[in-house]
Write a protein that binds this ligand. Sequence first.
Ligand code: ZN
Length: 138
Amino acid sequence: MKSHRKELWFDIPERRMLINITPAVQEELEKSGIKEGLCLVNAMHITASVFINDDESGLHQDFEDWLEKLAPEKPHSQYRHNTYEDNGDAHLKRTIMGREVVVAITDGKLDFGPWEQIFYGEFDGKRRKRVLLKIIGE
Ligand code: ZN
């Protein structure tokens, strides 16, 4: 069995942003040479997510609005977590949107359903953070 590991680094200038990381994952899959297997993609931080959905701008704004209803950023004082930091909302948003995805690899390609794309969801940016890729198979 072959194994390929890569960290993708981000330094998002905004507090929140969604980024389509599918091209970067595909590039690593090609480098790995693996044709049949599994690809794990996970956020390595507790205030960021990796999830799969559609790359459509209206939907991305809907996610932002929905998450702000569920776990509004402000006022910062509403979260017990916010003593020496202000990212209580970002921990909750990460939990809702998830930590990781696993995608099947078939014939050297990410075996997606219709419109599926992999996203990095940043909920407390303005600093360097990373995503782990682990690809295993033959
Ligand atoms: Zn925190």
